[in-house]
Design a protein around this ligand. Structure first.
Ligand code: 3PY
Ligand code: MG
Length: 259
């Protein structure tokens, strides 16, 4: 429920939060994420097959599992922002924010008046299908549903200071993979050019008083960024984590002469 957003509570308290990107449609995965102690799961609609009907069921599952459902939308378009928030996501995460105009467009779509121009409908899950009082819903939604903006291109990096002036973005999220491609070293997320840009984004965003997030694939990377004040850690992807677990079982039981 948007009145009870554990991710927001933790970030507001300055606590580190961790959760995986998830591409699977099986609700059990999200229950497992909750049981494992993650703070949130990012239902990934940018990459992979998930659609909004499935996403709504997964939002419900996350809430039952005690974690915050975040939805990464396919693109920074108002109709995606609105639908993700209408089905009750605790945060909407938008890819490729490259200019202050992109950031403003995201905020306009995510917030009701007076902050933005989010399309108005109370007959949606976020408003408990009109159960939440008419006078209260719009303010509740504006306060209780977070906005996460991906900075993941050279243009976004160059425009960071201007993007940071836009109010209404709760988390600046660095996408190391898209950033690496944009900086000319696709996939080389450990490349100094990428790491230096990431460090610079973290430092400038934090100096502007913003919460920062990024994507990691190892606990060393998580600790590295947590030590630099990154509070929103997206840790790997459900399918990759499962593959790793499967592979380690196979490697541990298969005799080396059969490998
Ligand atoms: C990226 O790395 O580009 C992402 O969007 C998150 O992994
Ligand atoms: Mg990306």
């Amino acid at each position: 429920m948007i009145q009870d957003n554990p991710l927001q509570k933790s970030l507001t308290a300055g606590q580190t939060t961790v959760g995986p990107f998830c591409k699977m449609s099986e609700p059990t995965i999200y229950e497992l994420a909750g049981l494992a102690g993650f703070d949130f799961a990012i239902i990934d609609m940018e990459h992979g097959p998930l659609g909004f009907e499935t996403a709504q069921q997964l939002v419900r599952t996350c809430e039952l599992a005690g974690i915050s459902p975040v939805i990464r939308i396919p693109a920074n378009q108002a109709e995606y922002v609105q639908r993700a928030l209408d089905i009750g996501a605790h945060a909407v995460q938008a890819p490729e924010i490259n200019t202050p105009a992109d950031a403003q467009r995201l905020v306009d779509a995510a917030k009701f008046h007076p902050v933005g121009q989010r399309g108005v409908c109370r007959f949606v899950r976020a408003a408990q299908y009109t159960q939440i009082d008419k006078q209260k819903y719009f303010g509740l939604a504006n306060r209780g549903q977070l906005v996460v903006a991906h900075i993941e291109g050279q243009t976004g990096f160059e425009n960071l200071d201007a993007i940071l002036t836009v109010t209404g973005i709760d988390v600046l999220f660095i996408g190391p993979y898209d950033l690496s491609q944009s900086l000319g070293v696709p996939g080389q997320t450990d490349h100094p050019r990428v790491q230096d840009a990431m460090t610079d984004i973290v430092n400038r965003s934090r100096a502007a008083g913003k919460t920062v997030g990024t994507f990691v694939e190892t606990s060393e990377q998580a600790v590295h960024w947590m030590n630099r004040g990154v509070l929103y850690i997206a840790y790997s992807v459900d399918v990759g984590l499962l593959l790793e677990a499967f592979r380690s079982v196979v490697e541990s039981v298969r005799p080396s002469d059969q490998a």
